[in-house]
Every structure is written in structure tokens, then in C-alpha cells.
Ligand binder design. Structure first.
Ligand code: ATP
Ligand code: MG
Length: 137
């Protein structure tokens, strides 16, 4: 089976939506195989989003992701990466389909409630970024 990395972002944690989002993921057939609530440091957020370093919103993105705690998890199910992208919905909540996490819990393109890996290759990299091998064995 496949795995992907999920982050419940600061906006959703601030609004007390951790439980609702995790329940939604379990309903969608994902097993939560690792889970951690943490306040990201600037260095951790910058490193995680390094691919976006040249984008105009990079500074805003790092400020947002370090504003308050996040909940990081590893999700497992068949076709996890693509299925979770569908469950999240479009990056901009205004464009996301009804019933998706970003439509339900996001408020803007910046504050969009959740992150998910965008490929199987990146899922492996992102899982290793946040979890020691012993926690995801
Ligand atoms: P994520 O990587 O968080 O799962 P995504 O893959 O849908 O989201 P990316 O293009 O990778 O979208 O952008 C990463 C994150 O950067 C977005 O989730 C969003 O929080 C932020 N972002 C993207 N575009 C903008 C923008 N135009 N203005 C502000 N923030 C943005
Ligand atoms: Mg992305």
C-alpha cells in the first residue's frame, strides 16, 4: 500500500478542526500510521517549502506555517497520494469542489487548511523530512 504526508495547517488547528479533519480522512479510508502536533521552526518551514523559494508568496507562506502549531501525519491506503489530493481539493478553497477539505475548512489560497504530497517521490521525501525511520517502519 501507498503512503502520503498530510499537514493540518495553522489556520485549521487554530479553528479547532484537527478532529474533524482526521475523522474525514479515516472516513475516506486512510489509516493514520504516524501523527505529531508541532510548532514548526522557521528553518523547518523554509526547508520543507524550499521548492517555492523563488515564488512571490514564499515569505508569506513561511510566516503562515510558523504562526501556530500544525498536525503532521502519514496516511496509508491504496493510491494514497492521488486520493488524498482529491480529498483535499484545489489549492484555492474558492475553486475547490464541494465536500473537499479545502472547501470545508480553508479560507483563502494562502490559508487552505491542509497540505498533501504531490507525487509518490515527494511523499517519501516529505515523510522522511518529518518522521524518523523508526516511527514509520
Ligand atoms: P500544498 O503544497 O500546501 O499541499 P498545493 O500543492 O495545492 O498545496 P502549491 O502550489 O504547492 O499548492 O503551493 C504551496 C502552498 O503555498 C499552498 O498550499 C498555499 O498555502 C501557498 N500558496 C500557493 N499559491 C499561493 C498564492 N498565490 N498566494 C499565497 N499563498 C499561496
Ligand atoms: Mg504543493
Amino acid at each position: 500500500v501507498e503512503r502520503t504526508l498530510s499537514i493540518i495547517k495553522p489556520d485549521a488547528v487554530e479553528k479547532n478542526n484537527i478532529g474533524k479533519i482526521l475523522a474525514h480522512l479515516e472516513e475516506a479510508g486512510f489509516k493514520i500510521v504516524a501523527l505529531r502536533r508541532t510548532h514548526l521552526s522557521r528553518a523547518e518551514a523554509e526547508g520543507f517549502y524550499a521548492v517555492h523559494k523563488a515564488r512571490p508568496f514564499f515569505g508569506e507562506l513561511v510566516e503562515f506555517m510558523t504562526r501556530s502549531p500544525v498536525v503532521i501525519s502519514v496516511l496509508e491506503r491504496e493510491d494514497a497520494v492521488d486520493t488524498y489530493r482529491k480529498v483535499m481539493g484545489a489549492t484555492d478553497p474558492a475553486k475547490a469542489d464541494a465536500g473537499t477539505l479545502r472547501k470545508l475548512f480553508g479560507s483563502s489560497v494562502g490559508e487552505n487548511a491542509v497540505h498533501g504530497s504531490d507525487s509518490r517521490e515527494n511523499a517519501k521525501i516529505e515523510i522522511a523530512y518529518y518522521f524518523p525511520a523508526s516511527e514509520v517502519a
